[in-house]
Design a binder for this molecule. Structure first.
Ligand code: MF3
Ligand code: CO
Length: 264
């Protein structure tokens, strides 16, 4: 049997470490949002992430994870997730999905947002807004006693009602002292029963939504996932604790919850 990494149930101290890791991740994403303009290179996003990690004295959690070579993922337009920062110059109208993780005191923070570069098309804006909204639709289901698969069922229903599709190839996950713990958190309907959520569980919910097909290809770099039809995709992720008071979003920056901040 595969060794099971990480306890399902976190105590108060563990949740406060996760909260601190996620606060740093959210602050980094705020800073990325400030710098993300047409003309910058995605490599500069990676540099900012590395600089902030060294200021915070934390480890970038993705760097070296399964051989991933950067601190952050920058996925542009038809790229869904795991895009490599590079010399690519962001252009007006691009959308850039940025996924960041840090390890603080042995606990992993993980969150993602899609940012517009300058003015984007109405279709791209709707894709981003529906994806962000679908994350909150999923978070509402993150309550003790509920089936973990209720999250994806709600996300998929919302996304499809809005004319888009949900990626099946990648899923959310439990998060703790390891980036990927049990349970898996699909963003789509599974049709079967999953684990029952309990107070003290912490999960990363991360819908990836596409304008066309939900099928993806992996590029020759072995990492970058792109949509098969090359239509655009968006990705939003929060780490969320299941508490007696309901879902508690841990990946909140010092500026507060970054919700519905994408303006037309
Ligand atoms: N948020 C992504 C995930 O949970 C980030 C992983 S990127 C990797 O899977 F490079 F670290 F794999
Ligand atoms: Co994640």
């Amino acid at each position: 049997m595969k060794k099971y990494h990480g306890a399902f149930i976190k105590n108060e101290r563990e949740i406060s470490c996760l909260r601190e890791a996620d606060r740093m991740v959210a602050n980094i994403l705020d800073a990325v949002g400030d710098m993300l303009k047409p003309g910058i290179k995605t490599r500069q996003i990676n540099e900012l992430a590395l600089d902030m990690c060294s200021d915070y004295k934390v480890k970038p959690a993705f760097l070296g994870y399964c051989g991933y070579p950067y601190a952050i993922c920058t996925s542009v337009n038809e790229e869904v997730v795991h895009g490599f920062p590079s010399e690519r110059v962001i252009e007006e109208g691009d959308i850039v999905s940025v996924d960041m993780g840090v390890e603080y005191e042995g606990f992993v923070g993980d969150a993602a947002r899609t940012f517009p570069a300058g003015t984007v098309s109405a279709e791209a804006l709707k894709l981003m807004q529906v994806t962000e909204d679908s994350l909150y639709v999923g978070i509402e289901q993150a309550v003790a006693g509920n089936d973990v698969f209720a999250i994806g069922a709600a996300v998929q229903k919302f996304v499809e009602e809005n004319g888009f599709n949900v990626v099946r190839r990648f899923v959310g996950h439990g998060v703790g002292s390891r980036m990927h713990e049990k349970p898996e958190v699909p963003n789509f309907k599974t049709g079967v029963r999953g684990l029952t959520l309990q107070n003290g569980m912490v999960i990363a919910i991360e819908p990836m939504v596409t304008a066309g097909t939900y099928d993806v290809d992996i590029l020759k770099d072995g990492w970058t996932a792109v949509t098969k039809d090359r239509k655009w995709a968006a990705h939003f992720e929060h780490s969320v604790a299941i508490t007696p008071q309901g879902p508690r979003i841990l990946s909140i920056s010092d500026r507060g919850l970054n919700k519905h901040t994408i303006k037309a």
